[in-house]
Design a protein around this ligand. Structure first.
Ligand SMILES: Cc1cc2nc3c(=O)[nH]c(=O)nc-3n(C[C@H](O)[C@H](O)[C@H](O)COP(=O)(O)OP(=O)(O)OC[C@H]3O[C@@H](n4cnc5c(N)ncnc54)[C@H](O)[C@@H]3O)c2cc1C
Length: 536
């Protein structure tokens, strides 16, 4: 049996930030348990390795239940199962969301979470390549850099967006998100800056931090209403880790609610159904699931200048590899989106509610869904998602066996607003491609394709072909005790169980308007202060 002041379950975006920051104090002993292996696979650190990693053993490979919103399909939900968690396999895009997202959290009763409150943690985390400013930090562990490739098709997209009435802006994380720009990435000198490399790298030699990989937490140990440790499996054998002060769950939006439910903290009916003793009836555990659902518009390109050509030429691949090895630049430094756009789906919407990821590449899933097939013709695509969906799903135990995945029901496109927004997004993507700057590059629309024009036809395409862009949140929602659905309070303490917090993307009460890694890291940074305050 091992012992520490704070036992953290999950070495992902938030967990690494928390462990790194807490262990800066040599008096605090921290144990970090991570179900996956060390992050030694070189593909993790090469940005373009993203396209390989998402469907590799570095992912949990969750699968959703059949979802009516996707015409009854089940889809794979990758999540990182490796040190660094999803930040080790994600698309590297660095986006915080809008100030209004955090102000909304505050309005829901979460004191300390307005944008003004959280901005210092975003800045503290960041090493912004462009330098320091009111909104950006330097000297933090997380590298944030401009894209090292300016592709002619991305330039054409940005120009076409301006022609369509969406002006070019300099920084999606600047004073206003609305407009078109290049994405920034969580990279440092052309190499992925995961939460593990950022926060655990510098902490490696600290004697007060122990990181155990291949350690699957199976249950929170509770004595007299207080969390006192964690049971876990390592190489199939059972172990226990005792926490002198606190247990923190940072397993992410799927695993944290699952672990609470396995520990008898969740809807009492669910615990009873699986023969688990009820510790605390918290109906919100696993509910309030929100995710960004994407649909992709794909064009054949008139010129052989897309990344597709690289994929199908060994010579070009060697060139790209050499460019990365010797100059840390070129096509190997890209993430899951190169240029982007944030805009409104309707004039009456208060702030941008649509996000676009534009890439000079085109692909689709193989028929079995297990791999990504890059087309053998030149192509580009624009991926659209609604930033603040109203659809809500859930995560529930399938079994009391902690080694089995839980049930995931996203309920995509179940809200009318979400359906309208995605249809409008496809129309906007088409309008931009029709502008003089981009039109000469577009040979024909491959998907949805000619003839898919009415709202119903476009919606059906979105249902048939769309999927996750990997941003599940909300399943251990933060909120005051008066909110029956809240799982943690604004200090991230689980309601009704002492010594237990949840610190990861699951605590977001609502999705932020953008990719979720920066916000998850901010949550880890802020939690370090909250935990430290109670240890003092
Ligand atoms: C394929 C993909 C692409 C993405 N692209 C982007 C992007 O481009 N930009 C962006 O901002 N966001 C992106 N995201 C989302 C972003 O990475 C996540 O929102 C963020 O990493 C979530 O952080 P987290 O700390 O909540 O969970 P995670 O980072 O997922 O960490 C959870 C950790 O806990 C571990 N764990 C879980 N259960 C247990 C257990 N029982 N015992 C021990 N350990 C456990 C997991 O193995 C994992 O390491 C992407 C995500 C994915 C999966």
């Amino acid at each position: 049996m091992s012992e520490a002041d704070v036992v953290i379950v999950g070495g992902g975006s938030a967990g690494c930030a928390l462990a790194g920051r807490l262990s800066e104090d040599p008096k605090v002993r921290v144990l970090l348990l991570e179900a996956g292996p060390k992050d030694t696979d070189p593909w993790i650190h090469l940005p373009v390795g993203y396209f390989r990693n998402i469907l590799s053993p570095l992912s949990w490979g969750f699968e959703t239940e059949p979802d009516a919103g996707m015409n009854g399909r089940s889809i794979v939900w990758p999540r990182g199962k490796v040190l660094g968690g999803s930040s080790s396999i994600n698309g590297l895009i660095y986006i915080r969301g809008q100030a209004e997202d955090y102000d909304h959290w505050r309005q829901l009763g979460n004191a300390g979470w307005s944008f003004t409150d959280v901005l210092p943690y975003f800045r503290r985390a960041e090493h912004q390549e462009r330098g320091e400013s009111e909104l950006h930090g330097t000297g933090g562990p997380l590298g944030v850099s401009d894209l090292r490739l300016k592709h002619p098709l991305c330039e054409a997209f940005l120009e076409a967006a301006a022609q369509a009435g969406y002006p070019r802006i300099d920084d999606f994380n600047g004073p206003s998100q609305e407009g078109a720009s290049y994405y920034q990435l969580t990279t440092r000198n052309g190499v992925r800056s995961s939460a593990a490399s950022a926060y655990l790298g510098p902490a490696k030699r600290r004697p007060n931090l122990r990181v155990e990989t291949d350690a699957l937490a199976t249950r929170v140990l509770i004595e007299n209403g207080r969390a006192v440790g964690v049971a876990y499996l390592k190489h199939g054998l059972p172990y226990e880790a005792r926490a002198r002060r606190e247990v923190v769950l940072s397993g992410g939006a799927i695993n944290s609610p699952q672990l609470l439910q396995l520990s008898g903290i969740g809807p009492a009916t669910l615990s009873k159904e699986h023969g688990i003793a009820v510790v605390r009836d918290l109906p919100g555990v696993g509910e309030n699931l929100q995710d960004h659902y994407q649909t992709r518009v794909i064009w054949r390109c008139t010129q052989r200048i897309t990344h597709n050509e690289i994929r199908h030429s060994l010579w070009q691949q060697a060139k790209v590899g050499a460019e990365w090895l010797f100059r840390r630049s070129g096509a190997a430094t890209i993430g899951a989106g190169e240029a982007g756009l944030f805009c409104r789906s309707a004039p009456e919407v208060a702030t941008a509610d649509l996000q676009f990821h534009f890439m000079p590449v085109s692909f689709e899933r193989s028929a079995d869904g297990n791999s990504i097939v890059i087309h053998d013709w030149p192509g580009f695509n624009n991926t659209i998602n609604q930033s603040r969906p109203e659809s809500r799903g859930w995560i529930r135990l399938k079994s009391g066996d902690p080694r089995l995945h839980p049930l995931i029901q996203p309920n995509y496109l179940s809200a009318d607003y979400d359906r309208r927004a995605i249809v409008e997004g496809v129309r906007i993507a088409r309008r931009i491609t029709g502008m003089p700057a981009l039109r000469p590059f577009a040979a024909a629309e491959y998907g949805p394709g000619a003839g898919v024009d009415s709202d119903d036809e476009i919606l059906d395409y979105a249902r048939a072909k769309g999927g996750t862009i990997y941003h599940p949140v909300g399943t251990c929602k933060m909120g005051p005790a008066t909110d029956r659905g809240a799982v943690v309070d604004p200090e991230l303490r689980v309601h009704g169980v002492s010594g237990l917090r949840v610190v990861d993307a699951s605590v977001m009460p609502t999705l932020v308007s953008g990719n979720t890694n920066a916000a998850a890291i901010m949550i880890g940074e802020k939690a370090a202060g909250l935990v430290r305050a109670t240890l003092a």
